[in-house]
Write a protein that binds this ligand. Sequence first.
Ligand code: SAM
Length: 279
Amino acid sequence: MADDTPPLPPLRDIIRRHGLAARKALGQNFLLDLNLTRRIARSAAPLADCNVVEIGPGPGGLTRALLLEGARRVVAIERDERCLPALAELAAAFPGRLDIVPGDALTIDPASLVPAPRKIVANLPYNVATPLLIAWLPSIAAFVDFTLMFQKEVAARLAAKPDTRDYGRLSVLTQWLATVERPFDIAPKAFVPPPKVTSTVVRLTPRPEPQAPCDQGALERVTAAAFGQRRKMLRQSLKSLGDAARLLHAAQVDPTARAESLTVTEFCALARALTASVR
Ligand code: SAM
């Protein structure tokens, strides 16, 4: 697309001028390579007709990539007040297309910030990445898709299939509602400062319908009990939920199976049986 934005200063200059030395407590590992941030933005395509919520813009590297790749509007939630003047400069370079919301993303409903169609794109602060995703799941249908960076190990858990080491609660709760793709990894050296771990770009696309019907709270309880003792047979690990044998019988699940071998659909059957048992 035609690029008629004024030339933007290099991110390193912005960081120096605004004193944005990275703070570990805020999960700050900045991406300064515009080729890479534009590649991430392109993984979130199409952007032109969408309103994007970005979590943690920091000095604005991914933010400017999203705008340069044509996002109609970006609303970015940033907790670190030191970043706000730098982000205000970026907003001035893209009139009417960038708004900054100062605050903690854990306390803000992202769907309330922009009208549909909405996307979330973020190089997430690792310390809050999983809690943020869990908080967004109940309203996942409000979004077209999510393009998020996670630690590689967390991305593997999101995408894991039954009978693998990485398969767990996060896999079931996420895949129940969304399909999971992992377009590419990002090496630690791409970040300033480099984190200890490799990162993975994850794209989550909400399913038109959940994989099987069930109540989300019941699914959370069943998966917590089952994976809380993942080496035990389900007739043992589900005892904390009440009459485990009856639940398993109602859900037509083998009582000697273990959590890691159950499909998402089988977990949903258990969740429905749990809901029925407390009626
Ligand atoms: N997007 C920038 C980039 O890619 O270079 C920065 C990414 S850095 C990994 C994470 C960013 O999230 C930081 O700017 C940090 O201040 C911000 N942050 C951390 N915790 C946050 C929270 N709870 N709510 C909003 N922003 C947060």
